[in-house]
Design a protein around this ligand. Structure first.
Ligand code: SAM
Length: 292
């Protein structure tokens, strides 16, 4: 099978199988071979690597991944794409296609079974609707991850890199910065996809930190505090934490903790850096018995 990364090769496969694009699955297939090569280069894949590809589509990027990696598992939700993948990837004996919703796959045990628990690389041209849940679940469920190289909406890439003072700053920025080094590798224009999406995209690489950049005594508590702060971002930090369903601290305790990191009672959560959220959650550790 020839490479699929061109408009004519993609059309040929689509026509052969009478495939109908499903908007609900975010199906915009890459049709530019330079972009495909650049993604695989950015992921720095070698024959020692186990790669998880999320959403292979018709197998366009999977072909390049199979050539570069030792082993590839490609998880695709749309069952109509499975016979197509079996055809387009028939030349490769190092790929396994799984017909599943990636959000329901136990990736930690997959990495254990297929790669002996060694860190895996994730590569994906992600459906935009699952970008945040998949990134959060990969990091929070202790999957052994070396890096995640993914295509995301340009605005999401900006959100991951930003800090206090930007409207894009939020829980995703903080989680990603806590777990990984974030690098925007390059931008991709909408014309590199079929059908053409109405947003521009960027490829980002998240390389997992060997040690988090801040000292946190209770990670779960820090992320509960972060979520509570941004759920009500127009409110003060004190009110955001007081109103949270996940936290049980009294207003006095919250005010004391906020003062403990040298901030005024009127500050908003969106003004705090990752380091300050870490310090704040450490302040709450003295109320151990109220932490779930
Ligand atoms: N990798 C292909 C490419 O670059 O041409 C296709 C990328 S397309 C943006 C996203 C792919 O993810 C589609 O094939 C879609 O069916 C699949 N997908 C969507 N939601 C998914 C989910 N929850 N689990 C697994 N695959 C999913």
């Amino acid at each position: 099978m020839a490479y699929l990364g061109s408009p004519s090769a993609t059309k040929e496969v689509i026509n052969k199988y009478r495939f109908a694009f499903q908007k609900k699955y975010g199906q915009n297939f890459l049709i530019d071979s330079n972009v495909l090569k650049s993604i695989v280069d950015a992921a720095e894949i070698t024959k020692d690597d186990f790669v998880l590809e999320i959403g292979p589509g018709i197998g366009t990027m999977t072909q390049y991944l199979c050539e570069a990696a030792g082993q590839v598992v490609a998880v695709e939700i749309d069952r109509m794409l499975i016979p197509i993948l079996q055809d387009t990837l028939s030349e490769y004996d190092n790929v396994e296609i799984m017909n599943q919703d990636v959000l329901k796959v136990d990736i930690k045990s997959l990495a254990q079974q297929k790669n002996g628990g060694k860190p895996i690389k994730v590569v994906a041209n992600l459906p935009y609707y699952i970008t945040t849940p998949i990134i959060m679940s990969l990091f929070e469920s202790e999957v052994p991850i070396e890096s995640i190289t993914i295509m995301v909406q340009k605005e999401v890439a900006d959100r991951m890199q930003t800090g206090p003072g930007s409207k894009d700053y939020g829980a995703l920025s903080l989680a990603v910065q806590y777990y990984a080094e974030v690098k925007v590798m390059f931008h991709v224009s909408a014309s590199c996809f079929m059908p053409k999406p109405n947003v521009d995209s960027a490829v980002i690489k998240l390389t997992r930190h060997t040690r988090p950049p801040v000292e946190v005594q209770n990670e779960k508590l820090m992320f509960q505090i972060i979520r509570a702060s941004f759920n009500q971002r127009r409110k003060t930090l004190v009110n955001g934490l007081k109103n949270s369903m996940e936290l049980n601290f009294s207003k006095d305790e919250i005010v004391e903790a906020v003062h403990g990191i040298g901030k005024a009672e009127t500050i908003r959560g969106e003004a705090l850096t990752l380091e300050e959220f870490a310090e704040l959650s450490n302040q709450f550790m003295k109320y151990q018995n109220q932490i779930s």
